[in-house]
Structure formats: C-alpha cells, structure tokens
Design a protein around this ligand. Structure first.
Ligand SMILES: [Zn+2]
Length: 134
C-alpha cells in the first residue's frame, strides 16, 4: 500500500543578472578604486602600458619607473577604475524578483501571492507529517 505520488516542490526567487541588474558607475557603487585610487604596474614598452595610457576611462595619473622594467601608474581617487565592467559594478534595477516554483523538474514563474500561499501550504503539510512522525 503506497502513498499517492507526492511531488517534490522547490520554491525559490531569483534576480537574474540580465533582467534585474544594471551597470552602475564607480561613484555609485563606491568601489575601492574610486574611493582610494589605485596603482597599476606594467612592463615598460608592453601592450599593457599602451592599454593603460590609452584606456578610455583613465584620466589622471602619475607615473614612476621602477627597477625590473616596470612602470607604475598611480591613479588618484574619484576616477573610473579598470574594473567597471565586473560584477561588483552592478546594482539591482528595482524590478521585483521572479518567484519560481519547480515541481518534478518543471519550473514556473508564478505570482508572488500565489508563490507565498503555496509555500506556506507546503510548509503546513511538512509540519503535519513531522508531528505525526513521518
Ligand atoms: Zn570602479
């Protein structure tokens, strides 16, 4: 005598990067480069040196040649850093999260209210099963 099939249900919410985040400037995310400035050291005469000199976002620096064939670029605070494309330069865009219910491998985005109701209903059932000893 088996129990009727009781599907495993997962509830989660998500903020996918493509629809729920936007790129934000260094000033807004207060990245370390913007707040404190930074030093970029590259080999003299290299493509990297060229890249630093002509990077569209870098504006003000002092430079210093070092032993070992390095040139150090000292960037003062308040400038757009070289990491502005990385994930720490994104912020939530204010879109409400997606509420997702997954049953037997089938994921569906459902309304928030319904998601909460179904989640609470599921938790009540789990609690009853737990109280009667499995
Ligand atoms: Zn930055």
């Amino acid at each position: 005598m088996g129990q009727p099939h009781d599907p495993l249900v997962h509830f989660r919410y998500a903020r996918p990067p493509i629809s729920h985040w936007r790129k934000a400037p260094c000033k807004e995310v207060e990245c370390d480069g913007y707040k404190y400035g930074w030093i970029t050291a590259v080999p003299v005469g290299s493509d990297l040196e060229d890249l630093v000199r002509h990077h569209k976002t870098a504006r003000f620096w002092k430079e210093e040649r070092r032993d070992g064939g390095l040139v150090c670029f000292w960037f003062s605070p308040g400038q757009t850093c070289f990491n502005a494309h990385k994930s720490d330069h994104y912020v939530p865009n204010g879109a409400p999260p997606l509420y997702i219910r997954k049953t037997d491998g089938d994921s569906k985005v459902i309304e928030h209210e319904r998601w909460e109701d179904e989640l609470h209903h599921g938790l009540d059932r789990v609690e009853k099963i737990y109280q009667r000893g499995g």
